[in-house]
Design a protein around this ligand. Structure first.
Ligand code: CUA
Length: 180
């Protein structure tokens, strides 16, 4: 049976029915609520990352990362940082260094930047489908994330921004050892 048009064609001029008024009011209230949540949660929510960022020349950052790798201890699992600073450089299509070893319960400052194009830094704990963090890694900016791994295990670093033909192989690894 075809849907027939209503007899009156000037729907716009007809007064709202009570159900329309109720639903439209609900939509406005929910929309305003969500809108207010954005700035409110920035202040009240505990989910915001503790990061700072500043400008850096891509080559200078890469050089700093290279120097840092020379001071780190080479292990079978990856580089062990001498202190609490960790430098990771993103480049097409790898993370440099591509594996680091950290200790659980230690607050690390993870420095991130890109040598070439926009990449993404996301962490996936081995065996878990959900991702733990996701950050943009933009060339020209150094991001410093304060991260404290509470659980030992293997965390895969996965590039989460399409950066070219090798994007899907751009992975790295953070091995977190027990914090005792
Ligand atoms: Cu780097 Cu995708």
């Amino acid at each position: 049976m075809p849907i027939t048009p209503p007899p009156e064609r000037n729907w716009w001029d007809l007064p709202l029915g009570i159900h329309e008024k109720v639903w439209l009011s609900l939509v406005v209230v929910v929309g305003l609520g969500l809108f207010i949540m954005m700035p409110a949660w920035h202040v009240l929510g505990g989910q915001n990352s503790s990061n700072t960022s500043f400008r850096v020349a891509p080559e200078a950052y890469f050089e700093k990362t290279t120097q840092w790798t020379k001071g780190a201890e080479q292990t079978a699992q990856g580089l062990k940082p001498p202190g609490q600073d960790v430098y990771l450089a993103a480049l097409r299509f790898a993370w440099f260094p591509n594996s680091v070893v950290l200790r659980a319960g230690v607050p690390y400052r993870i420095h991130l930047s890109s040598k070439d194009v926009n990449h993404g830094f996301s962490l996936h704990r081995d065996g878990e489908a959900s991702q733990k963090v996701n950050f943009q890694v933009v060339p020209g900016y150094e991001y410093v994330l304060t991260m404290n791994f509470s659980n030992p295990g293997v965390y895969h670093i996965v590039c989460q921004e399409y950066c070219g033909i090798g994007h899907q192989v751009m992975v790295g690894k953070i091995t977190v050892e027990g914090g005792d």
